[in-house]
Structures are given as C-alpha cells and as structure tokens.
Design a protein around this ligand. Structure first.
Ligand code: GTP
Length: 368
C-alpha cells in the first residue's frame, strides 16, 4: 500500500529549532521522527512512502537517499506551499495503489492502522478519518459523527461554547484514489476546504474511533511532553541503547563519571561524556557525543547530538539543537543547531532553578 507523508510545513511554532532542519527530521528519543513514522507505516503493510516536501526539501532527499528503511521512498516537491489538500493532490502521479494512507508528518501515535483499514473496507468510505478524543478540542478540527460513524460536520478550532464534540481530526486518513477527483487544483486545505466540500456533496466520509496514544509535535511543550511519555513508557517505541537499570537507557561507549547521579527515566546516546558530580534526569534525553561538564544538573530536557554543557550549568525544560553550547542556569530554553545559550539570556527570560530530587539510581561505573 502507498502512504503520503505531509512533511512540507515550516514548523514556525518550533522556531528556532526548525531554523536549520524541518520539524519531521527532528529527533524523537534520538531517532529522526520521520524514520519512526515510516517504521510505523511499514509495520502496517505500507511498502511505498511518498514524502510531500517543500521546506528544506534537500535535507529530506539527502537523508532518505542515504538511509534505506525497507520501503520505497518517493519525493513530491512543491515549488510553493500547496497546503495539505494541494500537497496530497501533488502526490497523485506517484500513487500505485487504489487506496492510500495520508498522515500529517508531525503526528506521533501508536494508532492501529490495520484496524483503520478494516473499518474503511467495512463502511465502504471514500475517505476514512481517524479521530482522537481530547479534553480541549479548541486547538483542533472537531468532527461530529452520526450513529453509523458517518461524518456530519467539521468545525475548525471551535470556540469553547461552540464545541459539539470532543473528537478531533487526528491527521490520519485513508483515501480511495478516486477521492482525488474532488480535490481542487492548486493550493487548498484538506481540513478546511476539501473534506467539508465533499461532505456538502454527500460523499461517504466516515470517522474511525480508537484509543491510541496520540500527540502532534507542533510546539516545544508538545515535543518535551512526547519525550516524557516515551521515557515513562506511556507509549511503546523502540529505544536506542541498552536499559542498564529500570528506566535508564545508555548508548555505546558512553562514559559516566563515578560520582554522577542518574534519576530515571533518562536516555543517553552513544559516546556521551558525563563529568564528575553531574546530576542527570528525570525525563532527560541526550543525543550522541554530548559532553556534560562537571557538577552540571540537567532535567526535563532534550539535547540533540554533539551538544556541550558547561560545568555547573543548571538546565531544565529546555531543547538544544545539534552542536549547541549551553552555559549557566537555563529554564525553558530553546537553542538552534550551532547556537549558544548562556546564563544571561536565560535570566532575562525569567529563569527558575529546579530543586534537586532524590536519586532513584546511581551509576558508579562507565556503561559499556
Ligand atoms: P507550523 O508552521 O508551526 O504551523 O507547522 P507546520 O506548518 O509544519 O505544521 P502544521 O501543523 O500546520 O501542518 C501539519 C502537517 O502538514 C505538518 O506535518 C506539515 O509539514 C504539513 N504541511 C503543512 N502545510 C503543508 C504544505 O503546504 N505542503 C506540504 N507538503 N506539507 C504541509
């Protein structure tokens, strides 16, 4: 089966992290997110993924030409952003199967795609839309269903008093190829234009209910929360590294000083160097080749590959891009690849120093 992955957006809400790399190529627990999505699609029988690209197209082509993932990858570039509807239509020449999955490239979920496919066949829908129940649907596209799971309304980002349902469009669709005949040429939004127009024209659109883990990775808060959820095993995904103690995963050739303190859960990449007196975690992910200077304290943060943290720094609820340099007391910091964040900048941003927690694990020898 074919799948279209929409990965062409600018990721503006994650700036400056998306300054040098597109959101879908940001690592999620040390693996580029799109690689995780492709593995999830492949497990459901997808053998051809069409990447619908615009922002930073060259990075996608370079990454997925170099990296074989066991499925065929095609690229459908856009000269200008076509919106989600135009982007899907732009992939049409690459389609080989009569049905295709479409997934927003920033959705992190363990939704059971085979169940969605089975429901699509049962209802004989033209389009099936996966739904997710959320407490506050006001950020999302809300969908109302009839008793037969047929869709009866779409409301984008409703005001609280307007909310008729807590079920939202999860950004995962199964389309019959002939549905594309109803997509207008040029730019359009599938959520705001294409699907609502199809509904007005009485075409069979069905919702698919399940209770998956689901989040989008649209904001820094979402991105940090997704890491907490992975580390706390609220969602099961492959973890790179060896679990040396419950909730502590460590990569190869990582060196942890004898008197460092590790609070589970945390994930350390390959060749990480953790200096003496350092305190790490909980809810911390360090990429490959990260260096942590002596007596630094880090928690609730995600540092990508080759980040350096100066001695005695205190880092919390922060995200640092590749080769960033962190120095001082930083709370809620965001640092682009190759950027520098230091104490002065974080003070201006209203820094808080987290209180140390009792350790749940202490590692006294270097991990293999
Ligand atoms: P923000 O700029 O922060 O809103 O992020 P975004 O535009 O990257 O993501 P948004 O949530 O708006 O879009 C949902 C998904 O659709 C993301 O995976 C985007 O990459 C993708 N997307 C959005 N617009 C386009 C587009 O014009 N073309 C393509 N190919 N993909 C798009």
């Amino acid at each position: 089966m074919d799948a279209i992955l929409l990965v062409g957006g600018f990721g503006t809400r994650l700036m400056p992290l998306t300054k040098h790399r597109p959101k879908p190529l940001m690592p999620l627990a040390n693996i580029p997110f799109t690689e995780r999505t492709i593995a999830w699609l492949a497990a459901a029988g997808v053998d051809h993924v069409i990447l619908s690209v615009h922002y930073n197209t060259a990075q996608f082509i370079e990454h997925f030409t170099r990296k074989a993932l066991g499925v065929r990858i095609s690229f459908a570039p856009e000269e200008r952003p076509l919106g989600t509807g135009g982007a899907i239509l732009n992939c049409a020449p690459h389609l080989r199967s009569d049905q295709c999955l479409v997934v927003n490239g920033d959705i992190f979920t363990d939704l059971q795609l085979p169940a969605l496919i089975a429901a699509h066949h049962r209802t004989q829908a033209l389009v099936s839309i996966a739904l997710k129940t959320v407490a506050d649907p006001s950020r999302f596209g809300v969908i109302e269903l009839n008793a037969d799971m047929g869709i009866c309304s779409f409301t984008e980002k409703p005001a609280h008093e307007q909310t008729l349902s807590n079920e939202i469009n999860a950004g995962i669709y199964l389309l019959e190829r002939r549905a594309l005949e109803h997509f207008p040429p040029g730019a359009s939004s599938v959520e705001r234009d294409v699907f609502p127009t199809m509904l007005k024209n009485d075409l069979p659109l069905f919702g698919f209910r399940s209770r998956p883990y689901w989040t989008d990775l649209g904001t820094p808060k979402d991105y940090l929360q997704a890491h907490r959820d992975i580390l706390q095993r609220r969602v099961a995904v492959p973890m790179p590294g060896t679990e040396i103690m419950p909730g502590i995963w460590v990569g190869a050739q990582t060196h942890i000083a004898e008197n460092a303190i590790l609070h589970a859960p945390l994930l350390l990449g390959n060749r990480v160097i953790v200096g003496p007196g350092v305190e790490l975690g909980p809810n911390l992910v360090l990429g490959d080749d990260v260096h942590i200077g002596r007596q630094a304290r880090l928690r609730d943060s995600v540092l990508w590959n080759r980040v350096a943290v100066c001695a005695e720094s205190v880092i919390s609820e922060s995200i640092a891009g590749q080769q960033a340099h962190l120095d001082g007391r930083i709370h809620g910091g965001l640092c682009a690849d190759f950027g520098i964040l230091h104490q002065f900048a974080s003070r201006r941003a209203g820094m808080r120093v987290p209180a140390p927690h009792a350790p749940v694990a202490t590692v006294s020898r270097p991990a293999a």
